[in-house]
Design a protein around this ligand. Sequence first.
Ligand code: PBG
Length: 337
Amino acid sequence: MAEQWHKHDMDLLGGRRLRRTRRTAWSRAMVRETTLTPADLIWPLFVIEGENQKTQIRTMPGVERLSVDLCIEAAKQARDAGIPALALFPNTPDHLRSENGAEAFNPDNLMCRALSAIKSAVPEIGLIADVALDEYSSDGQDGLVRDGEVLNDETVEVMIKSALVQSKAGADIIAPSDMMDGRVGAIRAALDASGYEQTQIMAYAAKYASFYYGPFREAVGSGSRLKGDKRTYQMDYANSDEALREIEQDIAEGADSVMVKPGMPYLDIVRRARDNFNIPIYAYQVSGEYAMIEMAAAAGAIDRQGAIVESLHAFKRAGANGVLTYFALEMARELTQ
Ligand code: PBG
């Protein structure tokens, strides 16, 4: 009976047993399709004023905002762990936030001081500078607001000035995260005209109006200011074809690489981008995704380490060249030991 079934089964399957290659660790390693290395991981850092200052972020347990001197220490650790680049986000002091976001292009702002201090202390690591007004404006929107409307072209003018002071301070990659139309081309032209033709642009190309950014807004201090939402510029989560138009446009305007954001809920977009465009693609495992993993693990619902490694492999499998993740340092160390 058993023999009969076996024979019948093998006939049906043509002799294939897909479990054969999964049987042993060496064989699983041999057929593994994607790998994770420290070079895949970009580490976001939140910067605050002061010296030897660290502050907790309630909704991101385990992540701290760091003063510039501590950012330098973090950069050294990241470099030693094989992380290629850091993404910096300033928590601008309240009194420097304003309606016109002028602090964004103050050459001596917190962001610029962090960029130049890290660049001179740890020149081996790449520095990615976020360009958007929410980190400097009094209303938490990524652009200038007039009569309740987020202005496009006027915002782009400010972003150009912001990108220029950041490049001067030492940014290697300008990462506009605002989703204004035309900003990549405008920033590219301005960089080229000012002698920064080697400064890259990583465009937050397919950035969705997402509920997963909540903890980040606490981290940079924009959340409590934000009235309404960002749906007139960030993308509708119901859309996918539109993401390809956004990416196509940013590439046409001169982006060196593009980003999909958030990450895990948008792996389908990463995959479509990979299949449609020949350019480096990064995914951002955003603050809400981080919080979900940390909090589920703290509640005993999932294995923390396992879930982190699995989530990062998922990005690679979907076709991302790298991932911006708050787990970067811990994982890079894990991978190099
Ligand atoms: C905006 C910006 C945001 C993030 C990166 N850049 C928030 C937003 O668009 O509201 C989110 C990153 C995260 O959630 O980890 N400048």
